[in-house]
Design a protein around this ligand. Structure first.
Ligand code: NAI
Ligand code: AKG
Length: 524
């Protein structure tokens, strides 16, 4: 039974779903990095929010880990390249808290427009400072959106409902989408010059870090009000403090900080500065949504191989997964076969025909690459195989054929080596049992499983007896025996499964049999 650790506070429905789906679950929150490292080795899955940092060190200790599930959107607390390299799938829940976060941005915009937190504190302090708190209307004001993805679009919709004009800077926003949202796509400089309020809704990346730098803040309308419900680091906090002190920025509301938890900040105490402790996603509705979604996705993956909302692997629905499972086994074995038999591979082409061509090709390709590269690395799997292939400069091609060949379904793997192109092909028997049907142009029907001996020999009478004799003398029991040949009297191939591994000595004896060109042990 797979085992999952929930390491951040999460709605109890997550644990309930894991248990209902047959996944064992521990909820242990508030652990330090070292404590997490000490315990992570026993888990197949890790469910987190934003507090747990899934660093390279944590991943190195996570020897059984297969999936990290983020109950939320931002995954900047997960080292995705290290997770991919370790073959760990990283998933998030991209929509579950978007409305809630957008509403928080709108709430902070109102808080700034009417100085609600300071007015509240003053009133409760018995001051009744009616003349101190003069606000501004939102109607007809311009809202500048930096980032118009899921959350930014919802903010735009709500702001338009408030009769604001919305302009957006987002290099990936298409003109059609801007029209659909009723917003104007502008450059960053134009946004800075025109916006009365600016709200940020991008991930933190190299291109968005300090997007509101001292230089950018200097280009804003004097008195602009700024809201950040996305990520700390999008605004230069020191520059923001200076801009607020000079009056260039008339108000700022931050839900997120460069350092979290933000227990101290030069911004604290600045007039018309509003802050919340990363509460963007903190509503009952959003937390139920993300908890249910992350548990469903992780359970699908651990129990049936379904992949949804993964950031480092193509999606695979829970319906597709069982159909693809035997193909992935076939693909991995074909990849493994060529990987073991061919040394220097510079390109690989994965061709499907018949029923296989109607399936999602990415998992089949991932499985071929994982099998192929297992000779180089024990830790390669479908998640890290494509990036490993890229690192090695392997040219990967996928081809789907409409035609149906000799079999109703077929996967062919062709590799390019210094000796030319070499192809192997396989099919499924009874829709589920992987079988090799062609090896380097020789027709053969073989199950690729366990330890096998691959022999290429000259087709001549008596050879099978001599081979069986050599193995028998060495005490090696033959399980299955498969034969194929290019032409009578030409090159023949023998693939046989053996019940125990062949020693170097026995392999050398087979190699020395008259007519043997190649003898190699294979493992599947
Ligand atoms: N405060 C909180 O509790 C929460 C914060 N978030 C944060 O909100 C962010 C946005 O979430 P979504 O809208 O769901 O993400 P999304 O991926 O749907 O949208 C992000 C948008 O940013 C745009 N973008 C990327 N680079 C850009 C750049 N250099 N300049 C301008 N735009 C750029 C993208 O094109 C995309 O349209 C998340 O990355 C997350 O960090 C999300 C949920 C809760
Ligand atoms: O889990 C949380 O409270 C934070 C949510 C968040 O920042 C996100 O989903 O990106």
């Amino acid at each position: 039974m797979p085992k999952v650790l929930i390491s951040d506070k999460m709605d109890p429905r997550a644990a309930q779903i894991f248990r209902e789906r047959g996944v064992e679950v521990d909820e242990i929150t508030g652990k330090t990095k070292d404590e997490l490292i000490a315990m992570i080795g026993e888990y197949d899955g890790l469910a987190i929010r934003s507090s747990t940092k899934v660093t390279k060190d944590v991943l190195a200790a996570a020897t059984n880990l297969k999936v990290v599930g983020r109950a939320g959107i931002g995954v900047d607390n997960v080292d995705i390249p290290s997770a991919s390299a370790a073959g760990v799938v990283v998933m998030n829940t991209p929509f579950g808290n978007s409305i809630t976060t957008a509403e928080h941005a709108i709430a902070l915009m109102f808080a700034l427009a009417r100085q609600l937190p300071e007015a509240d504190a003053s009133t409760q302090a018995g001051k009744w400072e009616k003349n101190r708190f003069m606000g501004v209307e939102l109607t007809s004001k311009t809202l500048g959106l930096i980032g118009a993805g899921n959350i930014g679009s919802i903010v735009a919709d709500r702001a338009r409902g408030l009769k604001m004009k919305v302009v957006a800077f987002d290099p990936f926003l298409t003109p059609e989408r801007a029209i659909e949202l009723g917003i104007e796509k502008v450059t960053l400089d134009e946004l800075l010059a025109r916006a009365d309020f600016i709200t940020l809704h991008t991930p933190l990346t190299d291109s968005t870090r300090n997007i509101l730098s001292a230089e950018a803040l200097a280009k804003t309308k004097r008195g602009v009000r700024i809201i950040n419900c996305a990520r700390g680091g999008l605004i230069d906090e020191v520059a923001l403090k200076a801009a607020m002190d000079s009056g260039q920025v008339g108000g700022a509301a931050l839900d997120v900080f460069v350092e979290e938890p933000a227990k101290a900040s030069p911004l604290f105490g600045t007039p018309n500065f509003v802050s919340t402790p990363h509460l963007g996603a903190s509503t009952t509705e959003a937390q139920v949504n993300v908890a249910i979604q992350v548990a469903e996705q992780m359970a699908d993956f651990l129990m049936s191989g379904g992949v949804t909302n993964a950031l480092n692997m193509p999606s695979l629905s829970a319906e597709e997964a069982p159909k693809l499972k035997p193909y992935m086994a076939l693909a991995e074995r074909l990849g493994s076969l060529v990987g073991q038999l061919e040394g220097e591979i510079t390109a690989v082409s994965i061709e499907t025909e018949g029923a296989a061509a109607d399936l999602n090709q990415k998992p089949i390709t991932g499985a071929v690459l994982a099998g192929l590269m297992r000779v180089y690395s024990d830790t390669v799997n479908m998640v890290n195989a494509p990036s490993l292939a890229k690192e090695r400069g392997l040219d990967v091609r996928e081809v789907r054929h409409d035609r149906e060949g000799d079999y109703a379904t077929q996967v062919q793997v062709t590799v390019t080596t210094p000796n030319g192109e070499r192809a192997v092909a396989g099919t499924l028997f009874a829709n589920s049992e992987p079988r090799l049907v062609d090896i380097f142009g020789v027709k053969i029907e073989a199950d690729l499983a366990g330890t096998m001996l691959y022999v290429v020999n000259e087709d001549a009478p008596g050879f099978i007896g001599r081979l069986g004799g050599a193995l028998g003398e060495a005490g090696i029991n033959i399980g299955t025996f498969h034969l194929g040949r290019r032409a009578a009297g030409g090159e023949a191939v023998v693939l046989l499964s053996v019940d125990s591994a062949l020693s170097e000595k026995v392999l050398a004896q087979v190699q020395a049999l008259p007519g043997v060109k190649v003898a190699k042990t294979l493992r599947f």
